[in-house]
Write a protein that binds this ligand. Structure first.
Ligand SMILES: C[S@@+](CC[C@H](N)C(=O)[O-])C[C@H]1O[C@@H](n2cnc3c(N)ncnc32)[C@H](O)[C@@H]1O
Length: 313
């Protein structure tokens, strides 16, 4: 196999892990009001095992959904879609199965047509395709709740969406999640797999977050600040005019200027309380990417989001 093919195959294999129903439920319970009368599309989901399909099917009537659609991706072959419009919520196999001419790639014409029909897209998409996946949701102006790696925040394509308040974190923020793995995976967590005892393999994946553009109460909760600013505790960066804050809980209540905070800040971010100015790190600056890795006494910091607070907005 050529090196690039090998790389692609490895990437594709790394995408095969499946969200547990309990994790889906924990997140989606906060969005009930958004689902009423809506068409939900799970476009990276084989309905025979997807917990997203299962959740929406089981709760179809309870949520007052209009329709549920799921498409399954099969790299090599034409695939299928499954559609459900209610009737027998508990039997998750109930639905209208239709063959697709293409392979169910979320970018294929057939899947884009379904995307246009849908109101809200909910899934855990392949992490290796996170950038094009999000770009497509934005292009078609869709509402969504998607799972991803927390580091996506620092992608130069994704960060501007966060900064412009077009996307924000859901309830799951930067947590280690247990996923079911493809049966062919050799690396898996033996302890968890033994505990689950259902014939499948399981593994932990760190730094998982959900991202959404649906309004949720969490986004409007004010972070209670209590520390006062002192120049000793909050030194300025060598190479950027902002103070450094190492812990989100220690953002000073009374600093009148730009502050650099860890990216975990976004879990506490409310646009009524803070404004996001930019992100450090990239050597090529653009409107929001500052173009330096901020440092103190010559030591670079981990990624920092640059913010303004309260009265300075
Ligand atoms: C991280 S897994 C999650 C699967 C499922 N959404 C879940 O949460 O259990 C991502 C899935 O996307 C599928 N996938 C990979 N490339 C795809 C593509 N181009 N279009 C649609 N699905 C794709 C993979 O086969 C994989 O099952």
């Amino acid at each position: 196999m050529k090196n690039t093919n090998l790389h692609k195959a490895k990437q594709a294999k790394n995408d095969e892990f499946y969200t547990q129903l309990s994790d889906v439920e924990k997140e989606l319970r906060h969005y009930k009001e958004h689902f009423k009368d809506k068409i939900i599309f799970c476009n990276c989901d084989d309905p025979t095992w997807s917990a997203f399909w299962e959740y929406f099917h089981l709760n179809f009537k309870e949520l007052g959904l209009k329709k549920l659609i799921s498409t399954h991706y099969d790299a090599e072959n034409p695939s299928y879609k499954l559609e459900y419009e209610g009737g027998d919520d508990n039997d998750i196999e109930v639905g209208v199965k239709t063959r697709l001419l293409q392979n169910g790639d979320f970018r294929s014409e057939e899947c884009v047509e379904l995307l246009k029909e849908a109101d809200i897209v909910v899934t855990n998409p392949p992490f290796s395709l996170f950038r094009p996946y999000v770009a497509q949701l934005i292009e078609y102006d869709k509402k969504f709740i998607i799972w991803g790696n927390n580091n996506a925040i620092t992608y130069k394509e994704f960060f501007p969406l966060i900064k412009e308040n077009k996307v924000w974190l859901g309830y799951l923020a930067n947590k280690t999640c247990v996923f079911r793995l493809d049966d062919s995976y050799e690396k898996y967590d033996e302890k968890i797999t033994a505990k689950m005892n259902d014939g499948h393999k399981y593994g932990k994946v760190p730094a998982i977050s959900t991202f959404t553009n649906l309004d949720i109460p969490k986004r409007h909760e004010k972070l209670i600040l209590w520390k006062n600013y002192t120049p000793e505790e909050y030194p300025k960066y060598d190479n950027y005019d902002a103070i450094n804050v190492d812990k989100v809980a220690e953002i000073p209540i009374d600093y009148d200027g730009v502050m650099g905070v860890p990216i975990t800040f976004l879990d506490k971010y409310s646009p009524e309380q803070f404004e996001i100015v930019g992100l450090d790190r990239y050597t090529v600056p653009n409107e929001y990417l500052v173009g330096v890795r901020v440092a103190i006494n010559g030591k670079p910091k981990y990624a920092r989001i640059l913010i303004l607070e309260g009265d300075n907005l």
